[in-house]
Structures are given as structure tokens and as C-alpha cells.
Design a protein around this ligand. Structure first.
Ligand code: AMP
Ligand code: ZN
Length: 486
């Protein structure tokens, strides 16, 4: 059977044919590191972590590139407005690069709490200014971009005149776009409202700026992904992913830039993960309808009655397909927690099963069904439903109602553990409340308190987060720090 991927470009599931057999180039738009990641961001990155893990499970060697946006992201999608990093640096009284460092560290520690694998390459926009300048120069030379007052804009009209198809991904009718949006809304420099910034002139007080042939400035947001994806994966590569809200204008602009600059479509398969909502509304930094990962885990939030462990939350996300909208609600989280604990119980029971001479259950065809779910556009909810079939079997075998042969038992153990740990990326704490654990934890609690006293919050947070990842939550109270197993 072959892997099928839903390609946002065609709107259909297509048989996946990598450019180089056995290898996959995967690019995912990373976070804009000017504030803490919220659970919506986390869902998108975990969706692609699952895609990455599945591709590896299917035998591909994957080069996974996920960027860090640390420059050029303006408050209005990249054309006018304030630079988010500069704005935040003023608020926090830190250097812009301190903001970048602070929130990159936060991003990494949050994703590792949720067991997300690191990408193969994690390039930063500020490290690729030269590449972005080169693309901008080429686009001007080829007549796809123009300079005004030290800023350079991509000329969408010229692109379409020369055979481009702006709107191809988001299925927007370009003629309508042109006729409906005449008002340039403070963007008088542009020939057309659809034109987008490749390079912006920096005012004298702007801190993050670089020299260019058009004076000091900084790159537009869309350009960085074109520069970094093509640098590390080739001018045309296999899969590009991101959240659904990046389809337009970000990915539409990436297609136009790549095609205009290099003469070929940059991406073969466009994948978009759907949104996470909170109480039925899109979670977003700008509206404030968000919940931060630590608030969800600790239970210190105004939405839910208690906290949920990172693995329960990861499991909750995987119970939905990456292309479905998911609503974060208390009842759904409680249901996932119950399901996850039953699954963990089954995995522990599996270790205690005694094999018989014969199997009464179809283990081989069960594996085929699980693999078929993965091959069908990374269908995690179907995989999980098959896994729960086997959970039932495990308890039947334990109760003596079914039997399993030696061979099937070792096959089932290998496959079920593979799906649980490697593909779904789940885990659970192996040890329980022993005296030794108490002693070791006391050492860690003391170390963390020392770090906090020394104001080394990076270390103290690291200790707390790493323990949380193991299912151990620290609580600071009047009588010192205590811990509980989650
Ligand atoms: P940002 O840091 O805002 O650039 O976003 C990082 C990633 O999170 C992008 O792929 C966004 O599409 C994604 N994202 C933002 N909000 C949500 C949401 N509510 N649900 C799922 N993904 C989101
Ligand atoms: Zn991007």
C-alpha cells in the first residue's frame, strides 16, 4: 500500500511520490518567538511531529526543517505596522535578541514536555539575511519586484501577467482581489494592495536592521521561508506544512516568490493542520482567547477544573485528525484522560500476559489495519480506534477469554509499543511512589530551590518542566515544595 497525502494545492488526497526515492524533505513554518507559545501553536507543531514520526516509521529518511521567525514579522502580516520583536523588547525592556532567545528557549522546553522530536535543522530568519537579499535582487532583475523609498515589494500583478497564478493555493480569485481592495490603507508605496513586502526600509530608531542595496532595512516575513526552505531542501521539495491560517497570505506568497525566482513550483505537497479552538473560538495571541501550556498542565487557569498531563493532552490532540478543528473543552480532556489511562493499563498488562500454543485473535491483520490508517493521510484517530480494539483483547487474554501464541505476543508487543512510543510519541512514568523516588525528588527539589534563590529561573524552570514530563508535578506552598504524581 502507498502513502496518501491530502494536498491543499489540489484539494485531494494524492499518492505520495518523493522527489528522491526513500527520502523526504519536510519544511514546517516555525514559531514567531516574541511571546510564549499557546496551546494552538502547540497543536500545530505536534501535528507535524506526528507526520515526521509517521514518515520515519514508514521507512523514509526525513530531513525536517522548521524555522524560527526572529525578524521581519510585522503586526499586520508583513507590510505595515510595528516589528513585533522591537515592540516586545520595549515592553520587557530587553534587547530584541534577548526576546528571541527567551521565547526560543520557552518554545523548546514546551515542545519537549509534549515529547516532540527536534527537527533536523532549525534555521533562524536573522541568520539568512544574505539569502533573502539575493532572492530580492533576482526578483527585481526578473521584473517581479520593484523598489520604492528603500522598500521592495513583490509585484503580484506582474507575476500573474507573466503566467503566475497568485491565489492558486487559497483559491482566491485574483481579479476579485484586485477589484475589491482598492484602498491602499496607509500602504501608498505599493502599486497594488496585494503586493507584499520583500524588504522594508528601516526608520532610524528601528533596532533590527541590515544594510542592503536599497539602504538599511529588514526582510518581509514571507521571504524567510522561501530562503530557508530552498536553501536546505532544494528549489523544489516534497512537503511544506503549517497551520491552516498560514495558507493565505503566507504560503500563497511563498509559492509566488519561489516560482518567480527559480522558475519552478517550490513545493509538491502542501499540508495544513487545522486550528485549535477554546470554547468554540479560534485560539490566538491577538484576541487573547488563549491558554498557555503550563496553565493547562498545572490547572492554574480559569477554564478547567484541574490540570492535565502533557501526555494526556498529546493523546487528546491525536484523537482528532490533523485536518479537523479541535475544541479544547473540559469534558473532552477528561474523556481523553480516561482513555489514556486505560491504554497505559493495557500496556502494563501486556507485559504480564502468558502465551498459549495458539492465538485466537487476528494480530497480523490488526497490524495491517493500523498501518493502513497511517498510510491514509496520517489518520491518527483511526489508528487509535484500532489500538483500543487490541486494548480490549489484552484484557480478554488476561481474563482467559482469548489466547495468544508466543510468536503473536512478541509481534503484538513490538508493534503496539512502536505505535505508542515511536509513532504517536506517547509515554508514561514507569516508576511509582517508592522511598527511593522520595529521596531523589527531595534532592531535585532542593536544587531547584537553590536555583530560584540565585534567580537562575532558567534552571529552576527546567527542573520543574523535566519532572512534569515524567508525570511529577511540583507545588510550591507555605510549607515548602511538595510533589504529586500525575
Ligand atoms: P505563530 O507563532 O503565530 O507564527 O504561529 C505558529 C504556528 O501556530 C503557525 O503554524 C500557526 O498557523 C499555528 N497556529 C496559530 N494559532 C493556532 C491555533 N489556534 N490552532 C492551531 N494552530 C495555530
Ligand atoms: Zn513560513
Amino acid at each position: 500500500m502507498q502513502l496518501k497525502i491530502y494536498n491543499s494545492l489540489s484539494g485531494e488526497k494524492e499518492i505520495f511520490k518523493p522527489i528522491i526515492e526513500g527520502h523526504v524533505g519536510l519544511y514546517v513554518c516555525g514559531p514567531t518567538v516574541y511571546s510564549n507559545v499557546h496551546m494552538g501553536n502547540v497543536r500545530t507543531f505536534l501535528s507535524f511531529d506526528f507526520v515526521y514520526r509517521t514518515l520515519k516509521y514508514l521507512g523514509y529518511s526525513v530531513r525536517y526543517v522548521r524555522n524560527i521567525t526572529d525578524a521581519g514579522h510585522l503586526t499586520d502580516d508583513g507590510n505595515v505596522g510595528n516589528d513585533r520583536f522591537v515592540k516586545q523588547s520595549k515592553l520587557e525592556k530587553l534587547e530584541p535578541m534577548e526576546i528571541v532567545q527567551k521565547y526560543t528557549v520557552d518554545f523548546h522546553s514546551i515542545l519537549s514536555l509534549f515529547n516532540s522530536l527536534p527537527p533536523s535543522i532549525e534555521p533562524m530568519a536573522t541568520g539568512h539575511i544574505l539569502e533573502q537579499l539575493e532572492i530580492t535582487k533576482t526578483l527585481i532583475e526578473k521584473g517581479f519586484a520593484y523598489e520604492v523609498n528603500g522598500s521592495v515589494y513583490f509585484d503580484v500583478y506582474a507575476y500573474n501577467e507573466k503566467g503566475g497564478n497568485y491565489g492558486i493555493l487559497s483559491r482566491r480569485n485574483i481579479e476579485e482581489l484586485f477589484s475589491n481592495t482598492r484602498d491602499l490603507d496607509g500602504q501608498e508605496e505599493k502599486k497594488n494592495p496585494q503586493d507584499f513586502a520583500l524588504w522594508k526600509r528601516a526608520s532610524s530608531e528601528h533596532i533590527m536592521k541590515w544594510p542592503s542595496p536599497w539602504g538599511e532595512g529588514f526582510p518581509g516575513w514571507h521571504l524567510e521561508c522561501t530562503a530557508m526552505s530552498t536553501k536546505y531542501l532544494g528549489l523544489s521539495f516534497d512537503i511544506h506544512g503549517g497551520g491552516m491560517d498560514l495558507k493565505f497570505p503566507h504560503h500563497e506568497c511563498e509559492i509566488a516568490q519561489g516560482k518567480a525566482c527559480n522558475g519552478i513550483n517550490p513545493v509538491h505537497y502542501w499540508m495544513h493542520a487545522n486550528m485549535l479552538t477554546l470554547n468554540g473560538q479560534k485560539m490566538s495571541k491577538s484576541t487573547g482567547n488563549t491558554i498557555l501550556p503550563m496553565a493547562l498542565i498545572s490547572g492554574e487557569n480559569s477554564f478547567f477544573g484541574k490540570g492535565f498531563s502533557p501526555m494526556v493532552v498529546r493523546f487528546f490532540f491525536l484523537q482528532a485528525h490533523y485536518r479537523s478543528v479541535v475544541d479544547l473543552s473540559y469534558d473532552a480532556l477528561l474523556a481523553s484522560e480516561k482513555g489514556f489511562l486505560r491504554l497505559v493499563d493495557a500496556l502494563k498488562t501486556l507485559e504480564t500476559l502468558v502465551p498459549s500454543d495458539l492465538s485466537s485473535l487476528p494480530i497480523v491483520s490488526w497490524v495491517e489495519k493500523c498501518d493502513a490508517a497511517l498510510l491514509d493521510d496520517f489518520n491518527s484517530p483511526i489508528l487509535i480506534s484500532h489500538i483500543f480494539e487490541v486494548v480490549k483483547w489484552i484484557f480478554y487474554i488476561k481474563g482467559g477469554e482469548e489466547t495468544i501464541s508466543h510468536r503473536d505476543l512478541s509481534f503484538l508487543t513490538k508493534k503496539l509499543n512502536g505505535y505508542f512510543y515511536d509513532v504517536l510519541g506517547l509515554d508514561f512514568p514507569k516508576s511509582n511512589n517508592s522511598e527511593k523516588l522520595d529521596d531523589v525528588l527531595q534532592i531535585l527539589i532542593d536544587l531547584r530551590n537553590q536555583a530560584r534563590k540565585a534567580k537562575n529561573f532558567e534552571l529552576s524552570d527546567k527542573i520543574r518542566n523535566k519532572l512534569l514530563k515524567q508525570g511529577i508535578e511540583l507545588k510550591d506552598g507555605k510549607n515548602g515544595t511538595t510533589y504529586s504524581l500525575k
